[in-house]
Write a protein that binds this ligand. Structure first.
Ligand SMILES: [Zn+2]
Length: 147
């Protein structure tokens, strides 16, 4: 679904921020799922590259998360990762490695407080910002996917 707004609950935003801080100095990453443009779940996935400026997610972790997402009747909306010390804009390697234009890219920056979060529609090496609405309340879930 191609729409220009994505809605995230305040609760999930806080969980993303906490997970991001726990992963420092490395980048944190994972999958964001929901229905339509409404984010319902966040899956924290291990960053197997353990890097301060790269992330790599193992296929088995993606498969596990995809399975849980389909069991919840949700769809993958975005792949998220953090930028521990730079702005929430995609790097060249982020664009090159983004697997599909069907899924958006979400970046949380820890460069300043409150942590800026941005979402993008990525088409090959170009990207368009998508606005994010952070809503108070709501029910949303956060999962840790381990090996
Ligand atoms: Zn990045």
């Amino acid at each position: 679904m191609k729409n220009n707004t994505i809605t995230l609950t305040e609760q999930l935003y806080q969980q993303l921020c906490n997970h991001a801080k726990n992963c420092l100095p490395n980048e944190a990453c994972g999958l964001i799922s929901g229905n339509g443009n409404f984010v319902k779940s966040v899956f924290h996935l291990p960053n197997t590259s353990s890097s301060i400026n790269r992330f790599y997610i193992k296929e088995q972790h993606v498969a596990k998360a995809l399975h849980q997402i389909s069991e919840k009747n949700e769809e993958v909306l975005a792949i998220y990762h953090t930028h521990p010390s730079s702005q929430a804009t995609p790097s060249t390697s982020d664009l090159v490695n983004h697997p599909t234009s069907d899924v958006k890219m979400m970046i949380l920056s820890l460069k300043q407080q409150p942590y800026p979060i941005q979402c993008y529609q990525v088409n090959h090496l170009s990207y368009t910002p998508i606005s994010i609405v952070i809503k108070e309340g709501g029910i949303s879930l956060c999962h840790n996917v381990e090996s």
